[in-house]
Design a protein around this ligand. Structure first.
Ligand SMILES: [Zn+2]
Length: 163
């Protein structure tokens, strides 16, 4: 995870069980814990809202609205915040569905996440796209989800159970 210890700058280090960095020189340790993330199967009438990713990882591939949970934030609040940011809308009838583990490579570091999936409804379909992160917003009929076009395994696993 680190080439050098962030505390004493010794080159020797261990990365244990995929989560714990330990410096054998000074004893410094830090946990690279699984991060919580949310994704929402978002409904508008008889359709689902899908996003085409505008950024790596998985640029150009399909995604559900969502993202990482911020410090001191609930998963439900993360769903509402992310959808406000990405789509510019409010949601209703938010319900938890299931969770699946995922791997998220970003700028040379591999993050392990626990993705929490929710279902919700749009209050409106007047979307305002977050241009920095999202290439395209589309509505697709239920039962027509392009499961293999999604960027992340956790979402594919969820959708295969649902469709
Ligand atoms: Zn050290």
């Amino acid at each position: 995870m680190f080439k050098y210890c962030p505390n004493c700058a010794a080159p020797a280090s261990k990365f244990i069980d995929g989560k714990k960095f330990l410096c054998e020189e000074c004893g410094f340790q830090i946990y690279h814990n699984t991060a919580a993330a949310v994704a929402v199967l978002l409904e508008w009438e008889d359709q689902y809202v899908l996003l085409k990713r505008g950024r790596e990882p998985g640029r150009g591939m399909m995604d559900l609205p969502g993202g990482f949970v911020d410090p001191d934030e609930s998963a439900e609040d993360a769903c509402r915040r992310e959808i406000r940011e990405e789509l510019g809308i409010e949601i209703k009838d938010l319900h938890y569905l299931a969770s699946h583990h995922n791997t998220y490579p970003y700028k040379g570091i591999t993050y392990k996440t626990c993705d929490l999936f929710f279902r919700a409804k749009c209050c409106t379909a007047d979307f305002v796209r977050q241009e920095s992160e999202i290439e395209e917003i589309s509505l697709i009929d239920k039962g027509q989800l392009p499961v293999e076009d999604f960027a992340f395994e956790s979402i594919k696993t969820l959708l295969k159970k649902i469709v």
